[in-house]
Design a protein around this ligand. Structure first.
Ligand SMILES: [Fe+2]
Length: 329
């Protein structure tokens, strides 16, 4: 296997991004039937897989013998990327851990759409790669939209060079509200204790100080925290610029942000981001987005710098279970 080129297949609605097809799709044509065979196949072909990931931004693996959190853990572990744990992250989504590496993608109710974002780009610490695994797909809906951020930023530079330059030069600050207790009805309901891995307000403050945040305690013991200036645009090692942030998710999906964007997102110098610019970015993104229609057993490896993801609402009796493992390399 190691000497032959990997064969990528076509699926409906893939995007032609000029330099690559998005996402890349690979089927288990070798009929690898055990996890040991899969692990060996990954190790033998790792360089080719990594090259493809860099070029395309995401790879879908279909037809591999995966059916549980444990098999997903083992398959993703074969790539040998250092683990990025949910516990250590500053993610504000409520999640449930299955194994040390594997947790639920987001516990938000099924009618809630999670809009496009780079995982944890609204915090100073974010993973470089994301593995998604579909343990069970929804009866209806529930696709994971994937969007090429390099293409989005190119399009933004063409459409509005001044706004693109502002994002690139000024960066961003995010303000989030963290409740005292986990709120399972919200897409961002993780408590401050869990988010910051602390028990007391004093410990929370010292963690926030260390991370460069400013903050304010509310009467209901929730915490309103503002990040230090974070980049809105990142230059990758191949010189491509990516729109690396959570602006679309924040503007479209965070509570009250559409009405008043400055309540949650500003440029890094504290100045307002025009709502018209945010609308433009959100609508431009649709052109570079592929809705991944999950089949049971599918696994997707996503480059978190190049590709944004989200979650479409879903319906029906069947429990949609998409699990996640994060890596930092
Ligand atoms: Fe996410």
């Amino acid at each position: 296997m190691s000497n032959s080129a990997l064969k990528f297949v076509e699926v409906a609605h893939q995007l032609d991004c000029g330099d690559s097809v998005f996402p890349a799709v690979i089927c288990n044509e070798q009929q690898l039937s055990t996890l040991e065979q899969c692990e060996q196949w990954i190790r033998e072909n790792k360089q080719q897989l990594e090259d493809k990931l860099k070029e395309s931004g995401a790879i879908l693996f279909r037809g591999f013998p995966l059916n549980s959190a444990e098999t997903f853990d083992q398959f993703s572990n074969a790539f040998d990327y250092p683990n990025f744990t949910y516990k250590e992250s500053l993610s504000n989504a409520v999640r449930i851990n299955f194994t040390k590496r594997v947790f639920t993608a987001n516990e938000a109710p099924k009618d809630v759409e999670i809009y496009l974002h780079h995982e944890m780009a609204q915090t100073p610490i974010s993973p470089s790669k994301i593995f998604f695994f579909c343990k069970s797909s929804a009866d209806e809906g529930g696709a994971t939209p994937l969007c090429r951020s390099d293409k989005l930023f190119e399009a933004l530079q063409e459409r509005s060079p001044a706004l693109a330059a502002d994002f690139e030069n000024k960066g961003l600050k995010y303000t989030t509200q963290m409740p005292l207790l986990d709120d399972h009805d919200s897409g961002q309901g993780r408590s401050w204790k869990s988010t910051l891995s602390v028990e007391t307000k004093m410990q929370a403050e010292s963690k926030l100080l260390e991370l460069g945040y400013s903050w304010e305690w509310k009467d209901d013991d929730s915490l309103r925290a503002t990040t230090p200036c974070l980049p809105a645009v990142v230059k990758l090692s191949n010189q491509k610029k990516v729109f690396y942030n959570q602006l679309i998710a924040a503007y479209m999906g965070w509570k009250g942000v559409k009405e008043d964007p400055s309540s949650a997102i500003t440029f890094g110098d504290g100045s307002h981001i025009p709502a018209s610019g945010l609308e433009m970015v959100a609508s431009l993104a649709a052109q570079f987005t592929f809705d991944l229609p999950w089949q049971d057993g599918d696994l997707a490896l996503v480059d978190n710098y190049m590709t944004m993801h989200g979650r479409k609402p879903f319906a029906g009796e069947r429990k949609r279970q998409v699990l996640v493992a994060l890596a930092m390399d």
